[in-house]
Design a protein around this ligand. Structure first.
Ligand code: AMP
Ligand code: MG
Length: 340
């Protein structure tokens, strides 16, 4: 039986201690972070980590991110940190940012999927921070969703998928950011974004003076990739999706109209809400990318509940946070993407 701890109003110290002990004892605990919910296990216990892969149905060549509460945990886990890497960590940790670093032996091979690197993140969420600190161990945690599905950002979606598959679920309310962390690896002294997120290329360039986007952020990856997660089906609703975008709203409306079939559901901006004769789920204003990122994963799940024959999603400009939103939506729609 999964225990549910409600920390939406305040952290209950006894329950926090129980959750921390559960992690330490090798169990799975789902906890909130500022990005999305994580399904966590003691990162130094490879058996416990195995259970994450089983619960999610995750491919074992897709490595996990290790979450720390404070910098004192870092030196035990990674080595050879460069000046650029330190600057990035000083600037963006705690926060929605993951840095790929050279791992030490102590990190089990299943955490890093046999790579010699490991992704390190320090969440900026009090519940996550206190859970890691109280357990006294780093926590390996991928997003709390079944593999290939949209990441979990609302407690009801989490319960649907993981009730009685984990020891404890901590309810911290809806995820604030709503998209997973920006994953960065410094390659040849240049910070390279392997997965875009709330921390944008501009944010990184401001600190380091340079930043690259990895290939395959908007296209299908084949063969050897920098980030194994790029290869997999991801964020996808059960029903068929098409993603459409144009800089011109008129062309965008045309594109949507051309693709509508019987029983189509549209996910799009509040500005375009009354333009079609279909079920319409609004993700918020076109000009508020924070609002869109906050809502998008739960809307992809909500769309499925109507069981439409087609979901048409209105895209956004691939700029700033829009890069991360489009990276997720292009995958959610299995690369069915039309731009005019
Ligand atoms: P998730 O935990 O489900 O949000 O996914 C974690 C993402 O980080 C995946 O796309 C991984 O491919 C990526 N990642 C984790 N560790 C590494 C690593 N050592 N090298 C490259 N990418 C990584
Ligand atoms: Mg994930």
């Amino acid at each position: 039986m999964t225990k549910i701890f409600d920390f939406t109003k305040n952290i209950n110290e006894n329950e926090l201690k129980e959750a921390a002990k559960s992690i330490k004892d090798g169990n799975l605990v789902i906890f909130p972070t500022e990005t999305v919910y994580g399904i966590g296990a003691n990162a130094l216990n490879s058996k416990a980590v195995d259970n994450i892969f089983v619960a999610k149905g995750r491919a074992n060549d897709n490595p996990l991110i290790v979450h720390i509460s404070d910098f004192y945990m870092l030196d035990n886990l990674v080595q050879n940190i460069s000046d650029i890497e330190r600057k990035l960590m000083d600037a963006f940790m705690p926060g929605p940012f993951t840095l790929i670093l050279k791992k030490r032996e102590i990190i089990p091979d299943n955490v890093s999927a046999n790579l010699d690197t490991v992704g390190i993140r320090m969440p900026n969420n009090k519940i996550a921070h206190d859970l890691i600190e109280t357990s006294g161990v780093p926590i390996a945690a991928p997003s709390a969703n079944l593999s290939s599905k949209p990441s979990g950002t609302k407690i009801d979606d989490i319960k649907d998928e993981f009730l009685n598959k984990v020891d404890i679920i901590i309810d911290g309310g809806d995820s604030f950011v709503g998209l997973e962390s920006t994953v960065v690896k410094v390659i040849d002294n240049i910070p390279t974004i392997l997965r875009p997120g709330k921390i944008t290329p501009e944010d990184i360039t401001e600190i380091i003076g340079s930043c690259k986007l990895s290939n395959n952020l908007f296209t299908k990856a084949d063969g050897i990739v920098e980030s194994p997660g790029m290869k997999y089906k991801h964020y996808a609703p059960n029903n068929k999706c098409i993603l459409v975008y144009s800089d011109s709203n008129n062309l965008l409306l045309e594109l949507i109209k051309e693709n509508i079939i019987d029983n189509t559901l549209i996910i799009g901006s509040v500005e375009n809400k009354d333009k079609f004769n279909c079920k319409y789920l609004s993700y918020g204003s076109k000009v508020n990318l924070d609002e869109i990122s906050h809502n998008i994963f739960s809307l992809l799940r909500e769309a499925d509940r109507y069981n439409p024959d087609l979901i048409i999603i209105e895209g956004v400009k691939k700029e700033g946070l829009g890069i991360a939103i489009m990276n997720r939506l292009i995958r959610a729609s299995s690369y069915n993407y039309i731009e005019k």
